[in-house]
Design a protein around this ligand. Structure first.
Ligand code: ATP
Length: 266
């Protein structure tokens, strides 16, 4: 909190234990954590620390959360951004924002820059020219090529559509590590529920395994939403803890929302 007062960037308290499931991805990130925490070890071996990682997969699956956890595990400054906020009407504005972002991150290193919706600036370039977008993307490439690997700045990009991205962004030395972040399977859904009920009073009759079975096709964000909705219902119903009825209603509500959006057929 003191950091905020001094206008310092956030150093998140999020840890890997807050991210349920995604075991393979977390295993891969353990090496990145070691890179950030012990750069000399790698430099003395002549190894280059990776600069860019791409998280791709459906929405709400923990991409932002994982990036925060990577910063939290390494006590890095966290710079969240969204690709869409760089795309402006006036040519050069986006590029300038990219430059400023990297300047700040280098100053506060070790840093994790997180660019959500990176496809908004990193989509394949077309023959039809779009000066503002092209300049913004070029600036991002320049920044990624520009900082030396002795400055510990890791850039994480997130997208729902890996296939949309420009090849130039994926070249070695840029976003050359790609990690798929998918929807949770039944075991991961159970783990995610456990994370989100940890600080909530739950009736002993609530069977988490059963909740996990009934939420096929849902993302971590949906499950977190269910736990929160159930808690709100318990307050509304004057209950002393969250019971099966509240969870049933919360699941129904989320399913109804999904069907309305026609996002997933459950
Ligand atoms: P988007 O693509 O829409 O930006 P995202 O993949 O970045 O989504 P997050 O913002 O990380 O998704 O997830 C939203 C919320 O859902 C998290 O803050 C967290 O509460 C919950 N959540 C998602 N995945 C997990 C997970 N694996 N473990 C625990 N909580 C999760």
């Amino acid at each position: 909190k003191d950091d905020k007062k001094n206008n310092r960037p956030d150093r998140p308290s999020t840890r890997f234990v807050d991210v349920a499931g995604l075991d393979e991805v977390k295993e891969e990130l353990v090496e990145i954590i070691d890179f950030i925490n012990n750069p000399e070890k790698y430099h003395s071996m002549g190894a280059k620390i990776p600069k860019g990682i791409l998280f791709y997969g459906p929405p709400g699956t923990g991409k932002t959360l994982l990036a925060q956890a990577l910063a939290g595990e390494t006590d890095s400054a966290f710079f969240p951004a969204s690709g869409s906020e760089f795309v402006e009407k006036y040519v050069g504005v986006g590029a300038k924002r990219v430059r400023t972002l990297f300047e700040k991150a280098k100053k506060e290193a070790p840093s994790v820059i997180f660019i959500d919706e990176i496809d908004a600036i990193g989509a394949k370039r077309t023959t039809e020219s779009n000066n503002e977008k092209d300049q913004t993307l070029n600036q991002l490439l320049i920044e990624m090529d520009g900082f030396s690997s002795s400055q510990t700045v890791i850039v994480i990009g997130a997208t729902n559509r890996l296939d949309l991205l420009d090849e130039a962004l994926l070249r070695p030395g840029r976003f050359d590590r790609h990690m798929f972040i998918g929807n949770p399977d039944v075991r991961a859904r159970e783990e995610i529920f456990k994370v989100h009920i940890k600080n909530k009073p739950i009736d002993a009759k609530v069977d988490i395994k059963n909740l996990a079975k009934r939420t096929h096709g849902m993302s971590g964000a949906h499950l977190s939403n269910i736990a929160n909705e159930a808690a709100i219902l318990a307050v509304r119903n004057n209950k002393k803890n969250i019971g099966i009825d509240e969870f049933n209603q919360a699941i129904e509500k989320v399913i109804a929302g999904l069907q309305k959006k026609n996002a997933v057929i459950l």
